[in-house]
Design a protein around this ligand. Sequence first.
Ligand code: ARG
Ligand code: ASP
Length: 727
Amino acid sequence: MQQRTKLAFWWLCWMLWLPARADDGMWLPNLIKALNEQDMQERGLRLTAEDIYSVNRSSLKDAILQFGRGCSGAVVSPNGLLLTNYHCAFSYLQRHSTVDNNFIEKGFWARSLEEEIANPGLTVTFIIRIEDVTERVLESVSPDMGEEEREAKIKETSSRIAAEAVENTDYKASVEPFYYGNEFYLFVKQEFTDVRLVGAPPSSIGQFGGETDNWEWPRHTGDFALFRIYAGPENEPANFSQANVPYEPRYYLPVSLQGYKEGDFTMVMGFPGRSQQFLTSYALKQLTEKINPHRIALRGKRLEVMENVMQRNDTVRLKYAAKYAGIANYWKKWQGETRGLQRFDAVTRKQEMEAEFTLWAQADLQRRLPYGTLLPQFERDYAALDSLILAFEYMREAAFAPEIMVFARNFDPYIVDVRELDKKEDKKKGKARQDQAIERLKSTTANHFRNYSRAIDQATLAVCLEAYARDIPPAFHPPLFEKIKAQYGNNFRAFANEVFKESVCASPEKVARFIERPYKKQVQILQHDPAYQLSREFMLLYRQHILPNYVALNAQLELNTRRYVAGLREMFQDSLLAPDANSTLRIAYGTVEGYRPRNGVIYTYQTTLEGILEKGDPNVPEFTVPDTLAKLYREKDYGRYGVDGTMPVAFIASNHTVGGNSGSPVINADGHLIGLNFDRVWEGTMSDFTYDPEQCRNISVDVRYILFIIDKVAGATHLIDEMTVIE
Ligand code: ARG
Ligand code: ASP
C-alpha cells in the first residue's frame, strides 16, 4: 500500500473499528480455516476449523439447523432432539392451544415419543456442504453485458450448478450471491419436514418480561423450546408418518454445565437473516430520519388499537398474542436502531469514509473509472428514491396492514379461475378448476378468521387509511380516497365501519354465501365491494406507480453497491470484510462481556434467578413469577445447575448477531453448548448496519437455566438423559 492509503487505512480501522477488534462479522464456516482460525484460537478457541466445518467427517455444523424460515436451532441428542427459542416456537404452541387447554399458559411437555405433536409446514434444514462457485458463475457473464442480461445469466448458471449438485440425492441446493454479486457460494442442504413439539415452558418463563424487556438487558427470559426431528426408515427426510422414527444426527452438541466467566471465548452458529454493513451515508440518513420515524409511528398506532381490544377480552388476547408480538418486536427494534445509529454518529462516520474512498479512487487511473463517481451516483439515486420511499413503506405498514386488505386479495385469483368455467370448449376442465378455486378460498377463509378480531381490524383500517391519506402525496392515493372525502368528509372511522358492514370479506358467513352465488353475481358483488375495491386499487397503484420506479432505482443501487463493495475490498485488501448476512449458515465469535450503556452505568454480563424475583409482580402479566419457580428459589433447590447458591439465567457476549440468529447455539472454546441466543441489547440493535463493539451484545439464555427448568419445573428428566451433559 502507498503511504497515504496506509494512513487512511489505519485511520479507517479506527473509524469503523475494523480489524482492530474482529468481533464484528458473520463468517462463512467453510472459510474459517483460511480467514479466522488463527484469530479464533488466539482468542481462546481450543478447536480447529475442521472441528467446526468439515465435509469429510462430522463437525459442529452438522448439529446446526435452520428452524422454519426465520430461526436457528441446534441438535442436542443422538435422537434428533433440538433446542430453539420459545419465541420461535410460539406460533406452533398457539396453534395447539385452546382456551381450555392452553399450552401458552401451562407449558407443554411430552412424556413420551407418542405425545410429541406434529407441526405441518414446519421444516428443519441442515447444511451438507458449502462450495465457492464464484468462478463458474462469473464465467457465464461478461463485463459488457447489461444488468438484466447479467441477472438472467447468473440465475441460469446458478440453477444449473444447484441442480447438478443434488443429482440423484434427496438434498436441496441453492447458489447465493455474496458481497452483492462479487462472489457466489453453493449450499447443499437437507430438509426435514416431520418436526414435532417436545416441550416448552409456560409463557411466564418463556416470555418472562414480555414486550417490556424485549431488546433489553438485564434480561431474565427462559426463551427456549424443544422439538424432535423425525425421519424415515433410512434416516432420510420423510413427510409426517406414524411410522417415522427419531432422526439420528451426524453430530449433536454436548451440553456444558461448566458455565463461563467474563472474557471467555464464545461463538454463535446459526442463520442470520439480513445485514447491510455496506450501506452508504445517504441510505442511513434516509433510514434514520425518514423511514424509521414513520414505521415507528404507524406501528405504534396499530399496537394501541390492539391493546384497547385485547385488554377487554381474554379470547382476543390469546388470539392476537403472536400478531401483537410480531408487530411490537420491530416497532421497538427500529427505535433502538435509530437511537444507536445516531449515537454512534454512523452517518458522519460513513461520510468521512466515503470521502476517503473517493480520494482513493481518484488517486489512481485504474480506479477512477470503476469507482471514482460511485458516491455522487449513490447520492443521486437516494435522492430519487426519497420521493418514493414512503409510499413504498406505507404499502406494507399502512395499506396492507389491516388484515382485511390482505384477505381481499384472495378473491382475485378466485375470480380469474372461476371464469374458466365460461369456456364452453373445455367444460370439464373448467369445472375442476372452479372446484379447486373454491377449495382454496374456503381454506384461506378458515385461516384468516381463525385468530381474528373484527373490532381490531376495523379500527386498524381506520387509523392506517387516515395516516396514508395524511402522509402520502395525493399522486399515490387510490381513487377511492376521493369518495371517502366526498361522502365521509375524510372520517375514516365512518368509512371503516361501512366497509365492515358491506364487504363480503368481513365474516366467514359472508364468504360462504358469496361462494354459493352464480358467477355473474359474484363479479357484480366484488365490483361494489369496498374492501375488495380498495385493496385492488392499492395493489394497482403499487404495481403501476410505485414498484416499477422502485425496482429500477434498486437495480441501479445494487449494481453500484456491487462496484462499491468490490472497491472497498480492494481498498482494504489487507483486512477482512465479512459478507452481509443472507440467511445462510454463519459463525460469529466474541467474548462474554458486559458494557456501558450510558454515562455512569455499567452492565455486568450475567443475570440470575434472583433478578426474576426482583422483577416479579403478580399484578403485571409480563412479570408474574410461576409459584414453582418462586418456591425453587426460596429453597435454593438448583440441583447440579446452580453455582454457589445462585441460578444463572442469561448472559451477554460480543458476538455479532442479527434477526434470524434466534435459537442459535452459543458454543464455548471446546465446542460445548453454553447457551441459546435469543436477542440483542437495546443500545446495540443497530448491528444490522454498523457494529459498535462497545455497545453491541447478543443475549443468550444460559443452558444451565434451560436444564434446570426442564428438570425442576417440568420434571422431564428423560429429555436430559438423552443429552451428553458435561459436568
Ligand atoms: N427481539 C427478539 C427477536 O427479534 C425476540 C422477539 C420475541 N418477540 C417479542 N415480540 N417479544 O426475535
Ligand atoms: N430475536 C431475534 C431473532 O428472532 C434475534 C435478534 O434480532 O437479535 O432472530
